[in-house]
Design a protein around this ligand. Structure first.
Ligand SMILES: Cc1ncc(COP(=O)(O)O)c(C=O)c1O
Length: 394
């Protein structure tokens, strides 16, 4: 059996490799502290789960969900309200909002919806993998825009040659940024919208971490910039803000023509979101937001514990302003190793699992990513074990 060529173009999924390393360590009896995958560990709030259960008991909700159904109408209205409250942006629920089975699904389908074989997609590198893998699956041409620590991991769009922008149909952005934790201000988005004017390039801004922000930083929506609706859509998710990662509930908002094509693509592939999940998402978006605050406070405590701990053992890591990650240069002592080699060593010797920078693209080399998805006691234990590695004779 030969898989399709489009699958052969994909790099091996990062967490498949990590899982194999983890498995091997576990088999040797190593206690694993898993800071690898960005998989939220906190439970979904009770009022959201209760709504799911209530709605799951109604037999009408077991049928296929269709966009004309009451549940989706109400969900779109809830998203519009949430957006207005959060960003002061007005959206038409019918044409400027599209519910998704998780934002990852929508991001992958955006490439499928728009890219022909000779079309280019511009993707900052490193990036959340579906930004570039979606392009490869769709058969488009991937143009990486390297992003660097010295530039705050913001892309220099003006450096992209005209012969490339002329053929580019898509640009992916995502701030707060996974994996680097970089953030952007409204001036950056103003410049992006300005750059895009007259270019016929669709901008997909992935705002998965809009709520996971610290120290008074507020993540802007691209739609706070005048003119953004002409060419942009923005992706959101309930996975991070409301700890609903397994529920698969996201949405895209913005330019109605882009969303129409995305919706058309999806209509041939999926049947929408399970209705009880849609009702539960309405409760999440419009209900009490204390659960979001509580989640952010937990991540902040973990962030502070990890940053302080690593700095104390001589690993000088930055303090992230957003996301639940820490992005750090490989310690000097191990700088001759690739990020994958360093991560393998760490798993083998300490049982601490983190993600290699190259899992997010070649420009992630030299860095690793910690996900703050274990409690502070386990994070302290991880630091203790990493200290051993830093002190080890090599
Ligand atoms: C930047 C970014 N976008 C999207 C996603 C996926 O979110 P969802 O669960 O909505 O598919 C993630 C998950 O880690 C992410 O980090």
């Amino acid at each position: 059996m030969q898989e399709a060529n489009r699958l052969k173009r994909l790099p091996l999924y990062l967490f498949t490799i990590i899982d194999e390393l983890k498995d091997a360590a576990q088999k040797k009896g190593v206690d694993i502290i898993d800071l690898g995958m960005g998989n939220p560990d906190q439970p979904t709030a009770k009022h959201i789960v209760d709504e799911l259960c209530r709605k799951a008991a109604i037999k009408e909700n077991h049928r296929y969900s269709r966009s004309i159904d009451e549940s989706e109408k109400k969900l779109r209205e809830a998203i519009a309200k949430w957006y207005h409250t959060k960003f002061g942006v007005t959206l038409d629920p019918r044409s400027e909002i599209l519910p998704l089975i998780g934002s990852k699904e929508g991001i992958a389908h955006l490439s499928l919806a728009f890219l022909n074989n000779e079309d280019i997609a511009l993707v900052p590198n490193p990036a959340y993998p579906v930004h570039f893998n979606g392009v490869l699956i769709a058969g488009g041409i991937l143009h990486n825009i390297p992003i660097y620590e010295k530039d705050g991991y913001l892309p220099n769009l003006k450096s992209v040659p005209k012969r490339i922008t002329d053929k580019a149909k898509l640009l992916f952005l995502s701030y707060p940024h996974n994996p680097t934790t970089a953030v952007a201000n409204t001036k950056f988005f103003e410049d992006v919208v300005d750059w895009a004017r007259g270019k016929n390039i669709i901008i997909g801004h992935d705002l998965a971490y809009s709520d996971i922000v610290f120290d008074n930083y507020k993540a802007p929506s691209i739609f706070q910039i005048k003119g953004a609706k002409e060419t942009c859509i923005e992706f959101h998710t309930c996975s991070k803000s409301y700890n609903m990662a397994g529920w698969r509930m996201g949405f895209a908002v913005g330019n109605r023509d882009i969303l129409k094509v995305l919706m058309k693509t999806k209509s041939y592939i999926d049947f929408g979101i399970f209705k009880p999940i849609q009702y539960a998402a309405i409760k999440a978006l419009l209900g009490p937001q204390g659960c979001v605050k509580k989640t952010v406070a937990i991540y902040k405590k973990r962030r502070d514990t990890l940053v302080k701990g690593l700095r104390e053992i001589g690993w000088n890591v930055p303090m992230p302003k957003a996301t639940f990650y820490l992005w750090a240069r490989i310690p000097d002592k191990y700088s001759a190793l690739t990020s994958m080699e360093f991560v393998s060593l760490l798993i083998r010797e300490t049982g601490v699992v983190i993600a290699p920078g190259t899992g997010f693209g070649e420009y992630g080399e030299g860095y690793v990513r910690f996900a703050l998805v274990e409690d502070t006691a386990r994070i302290k234990e991880a630091v203790k074990r990493i200290k051993r590695i830093l002190e080890m004779e090599t």
